[in-house]
Design a protein around this ligand. Structure first.
Ligand code: HSE
Length: 316
């Protein structure tokens, strides 16, 4: 449902997303169903951004609008367009912080989608992408569009280029779904990026590019076996696995329960697993949650399509 409230106030919902999708570090991502952040933006008289409230966050988030992921893009928007009005912003976090579920991207996207509805002309998609990316960069110290793109477009996306924006929607076989398991711990994206080596060995580069090519080909040709063979991260996952207690056991449990692929969601610590129609998602997620319990980590699980809705305006 799309609702404009007299062009004075708008609320947008933006979904949680899984970045990287094992083989596409910083370039692939998909949107999850149901879970996400909401941001309400109200036009204000002065050309400035004010954060009125941040609800649902269990750690303190920056209250300076140029440092908050939801509002940094709006600050730039006002300056770029020389707007003679500003934005008051209320952020309702639905995505756990530091979970690897694209929370910073969701706040940034929801804010720009809501603010765009208050402009004389809505921002074109490439501009929404660019302004949301500013918020994401504030949060993680580096611009990467793998969460922003599926959050804005829905489904599974490939960011071929951030500047200029070149984002491609990838079809996903409808019979594939996913489970996402979130252990009760946080990993800061900066920390998770900080452990990565600057260079990739040639053999790993060849294997990873084979896998991403196979994965994309499998998505376009509805070849689930090819997708399953290709969903293997030989570059990033081995460098980050040690940040997640029980990672190897959880991944092993997912494969034993029939997952097509299982890897770290974004920067972690959540893990996602893709599965076909022959697998009961409740059994798959239970196996993963049980494996986390062996290292004394409680975990939540979601079952979702890999084709979640794009960010959209909602009733407050
Ligand atoms: N692609 C990013 C990373 C996602 O893995 O660091 C983090 O949100």
């Amino acid at each position: 449902m799309i609702i404009d409230i007299g062009l004075n106030q708008a609320t947008a919902f933006a979904p949680a997303t899984v970045g990287n999708v094992a083989v596409g570090f910083d370039i692939l991502g998909f949107a999850l169903d149901h879970i996400g952040d909401r941001v309400t933006v109200t036009r204000s008289a002065r050309p400035e951004v004010r954060i009125l409230a941040i609800n649902g966050a269990d750690v303190a988030l920056p209250e300076d609008p140029s440092k908050n992921t939801a509002t940094a893009g709006l600050v730039r928007l006002i300056a770029d367009r020389k707007l003679d009005f500003g934005f008051d912003v209320t952020i309702d976090k639905g995505i756990p912080l530091g979970s690897g579920m694209g929370g910073s991207a969701a706040s940034a996207v929801a804010a720009i989608v809501a603010a765009s509805a208050l402009l004389e002309e809505r921002l074109p998609l490439p501009d929404r992408f660019t302004y949301a990316l500013i918020g994401e960069a504030v949060a993680s110290g580096a611009a990467h569009g793998d969460n922003i793109a599926p959050c804005l477009l829905g489904g599974l996306t490939l960011v071929r280029s951030m500047d200029p924006p070149d984002v491609i929607r990838i079809p996903v076989p409808p019979a594939i779904n996913c489970v996402l398991v979130h252990p009760h711990m946080r990993i800061d994206t900066r920390t998770s990026r900080g452990v990565l080596a600057a260079h990739v060995e040639r053999a790993a580069f060849i294997e990873q590019t084979s896998n991403i090519a196979g994965f994309i080909a499998g998505c376009f040709t509805d070849d689930r076996d090819l997708i399953a063979r290709s969903l293997r991260d030989v570059v990033i996952e081995p460098q980050r696995a040690h940040l997640i207690p029980g990672f190897a056991a959880v991944q092993k449990a997912a494969f034993a329960a029939g997952a097509m692929g299982c890897s770290i969601s974004g920067a972690g610590p959540s893990l996602f697993a893709w599965h076909g129609p022959d697998i009961d998602p409740a059994e798959l997620s239970a196996a993963m949650v049980k494996a986390f319990a062996t290292v004394e980590l409680k975990a939540d699980a979601w079952h979702s399509s890999v084709n979640g809705l794009a960010a959209h305006l909602v009733e407050r």
